[in-house]
Write a protein that binds this ligand. Sequence first.
Ligand SMILES: C[S@@+](CC[C@H](N)C(=O)[O-])C[C@H]1O[C@@H](n2cnc3c(N)ncnc32)[C@H](O)[C@@H]1O
Ligand SMILES: COc1cc(-c2oc3cc(O)cc(O)c3c(=O)c2O)cc(OC)c1OC
Length: 364
Amino acid sequence: MANTSSAELLQAEAELVRHSLGYLKSMALHSAVKLGIPDALHRCGGAASLPDLLSTLALPCSKRPYLSRLMKMLAVEGIFTAVAVDVPAAGEGVATVPSVRYGLSPVSRLLVSGSGACLSPCMLMGTSPLFLEASLRLPQWFQRDGEGEPAFAMAHGESPYGAAGHDMEFNALVNEAMGSDSRYMAELVVRDCGEVFTGLTSLVDVGGGNGTMATAIAKAFPHVRCSVLDLPHVIQGVSAHESVEFAAGDMMEYVPPADAVLLKCVLHNWSDEDCVKILTKCREAIAQGAKAGKVIIIDAVVGSPSHSQQVLEAQVLMDMQMMMLFMSKEREELNWQKIFMEAGFSHYKIQPFLGMRSIIQLYP
Ligand SMILES: C[S@@+](CC[C@H](N)C(=O)[O-])C[C@H]1O[C@@H](n2cnc3c(N)ncnc32)[C@H](O)[C@@H]1O
Ligand SMILES: COc1cc(-c2oc3cc(O)cc(O)c3c(=O)c2O)cc(OC)c1OC
């Protein structure tokens, strides 16, 4: 302490408070989504005074004075914008009183429902009680010896997939989150990554769930015949599509032949050994066509030099989440490279187009 200036010490203390109370940022965001604040601001034309915002939210009178505190905190964090304005005073005396207009920022625009790019379900999944309870077990999980189970299973006695099998509310939360993530990514992939699909005649989306991504690719690139491979219970619940075929199966056993295999946010749920097995099956699938095919991976490449500090922070948070839920991980390039070589691929190209995720094209 002696060698540190008071200003540095006080700054460090403020940093600690930011981190120790950082969970309140997550819960304030959770509250804003649950209360429908992004949608309310959108209905008001993108910005509103506090009284106008309150008039569209069903809050009891006793809680209305507290909304400004939530809005102020979220505005400081960049979730909403806050602009000081003078509004006409109601009584006599002063002509105007200072007030604040809150508005949607680029971040909260992604939380407005009804648009293709609504990520609110992802926010609610990331802050769900089952995830939060698992995070409280992390110290105990670190101290327990052996390979064992992830912190989520330690807290709940089952995996997230197990919980989704009988807890219908959690199942709906996860399905909506995965669906919203896929719709959002599909929009960006078809808009910005068209050259990845040039020259392909067929593509199979392995672990492609309800076909959101495959349908978007089939629509944007009609020359590509798209199909989805997923587990039987997932495929059973999918409604028939005109443009996409669905196959039930286990990617560990067999991947149907195609010019290209897509793996979007699948490998981050698996260990390195399992990724080698999955990618070996994918390599066999692309070797069967007339063309020299490729595997297209959409996943994080942690710590790419072109990424911002915010993207790095998002990646390491997702990595912690993968560890806590599945004991799996987000990977750095060297880690990916080792897996690719072990699965028999000769070269790859990484394009860091997609924020915290990249497109990796993998060639035999
Ligand atoms: C994290 S989700 C990703 C879904 C989709 N690709 C996306 O990005 O929204 C993983 C998907 O892999 C599927 N899956 C898990 N194990 C599988 C297996 N052995 N064979 C085929 N699909 C599997 C799951 O059912 C789920 O749909
Ligand atoms: C797509 O595969 C997974 C995604 C998540 C996931 O995604 C998010 C996306 C966001 O835009 C914001 C978020 O807060 C989140 C999450 O919190 C989050 O968990 C998670 C997965 O496993 C838990 C995924 O693979 C199954």
